[in-house]
Design a protein around this ligand. Structure first.
Ligand code: ZN
Ligand code: ZN
Length: 169
């Protein structure tokens, strides 16, 4: 079973949609309704971002008391990891936990009109991608495969929600 858990307030419709998409690929998925939090003191005021490891640490603590096989965290905060200006998400390779950020998946971030369908599609893609890592998949060279590394929102939009022949679990 996959558990989806939110940091702060995430739109319930968005959570349910991700859950539905995850279920198609990985089997049973639940949204517990519980909300996790990362301490505000970890917010990097200069960058206006959080370093993603703080989210992974909170998830790792939560995982100890969860029976879920994999746990996907969702935040609307902007995340970075040392060496990268931002990340859409991060996972422990072959681990139990991963995180995605909706921040840069939102069309509004790029100054274009809000588009819920597009936001849902992007969130589903990133959720499947990070869970793919949790299930041991590495980055794929197939541009259309969900496991290709996304450097920009254009990359996210170019890839499909599908796992290529090689990555199919
Ligand atoms: Zn990746
Ligand atoms: Zn692939």
């Amino acid at each position: 079973m996959i558990e989806i858990i939110q940091f702060g307030d995430i739109d319930v419709h968005l959570l349910q949609n991700i859950c539905k998409e995850v279920e198609i690929v990985f089997g049973e998925c639940v949204t517990s309704g519980k909300k996790l939090q990362v301490l505000r003191e970890y917010f990097d005021e200069k960058r206006r971002q959080y370093e993603s490891r703080h989210f992974l640490e909170v998830l790792a603590r939560h995982a100890k008391n969860s029976g879920a096989e994999k746990i996907l965290g969702i935040t609307d905060e902007d995340l970075f990891t040392p060496g990268l200006n931002f990340i859409f998400g991060q996972a422990y390779m072959s681990g139990r936990i991963c995180i995605i950020s909706t921040h840069r998946l939102n069309p509004g971030f790029y100054g274009v009109r809000e588009n819920e369908a597009l936001l849902l599609e992007r969130c589903a893609k990133e959720a499947l991608h990070e869970l793919g890592h949790c299930f041991g998949l590495e980055h794929c060279s197939d541009r259309r495969c969900i496991m290709v590394f996304s450097n920009s929102i254009t990359d996210v939009d170019k890839k499909t929600k599908k796992f290529c022949e090689k990555c199919r679990i």
